[in-house]
Design a protein. Structure first.
Length: 146
């Protein structure tokens, strides 16, 4: 692989990860707002993109593994009819081989109550995943004012 091919491959990976950040958060809004059907096929959007050893460290320091997160998230169907998420300042911080580190701000509005957090996410390439990448690890921290 030439250096030019490597740079293009890294740029493609970073773009896929940024798209995945936005797409998965759009799914959360649709799922929690009951804007999609409640079915295994629809929920597969989450399952198909989160790695088996995925770990989430929430802004309060709580750690969750995929095994616990999956049924918890499935149970949130329709729980937040007035829910919005938007992503700001998504940036690729590091790319090597088939791994990519992304940071982004996640802003939420739940029935008029706003929060924001800074997230760092590690992705790996995975064929068959919606954007060709899987979530491996996420660490969130509250932004000032929360």
């Amino acid at each position: 692989m030439t250096e030019q091919d490597l740079v293009a491959s890294q740029q493609d990976l970073a773009a896929a990860c940024e798209k995945e950040v936005n797409d998965l958060h759009d799914f959360f809004v649709e799922w929690m707002g009951a804007k999609v059907d409640r079915s295994d096929k629809v929920f597969e959007r989450f399952s198909a993109t989160v790695g088996d050893s995925f770990t989430l460290i929430g802004p309060d320091g709580d750690t969750s593994e995929r095994k616990a997160l999956e049924p918890e998230l499935e149970g949130t169907y329709g729980a937040r009819p007035e829910f919005k998420i938007w992503i700001k300042n998504c940036q690729c911080k590091f790319v090597a081989d088939n791994l990519c580190l992304i940071t982004y701000e996640e802003w939420q509005d739940i029935a008029g109550v706003g929060t924001s957090r800074l997230s760092t996410a590690l992705f790996g390439r995975r064929k068959g995943a919606p954007n060709g990448v899987e979530w491996l690890h996420v660490h969130e921290t509250w932004l000032p004012g929360n």
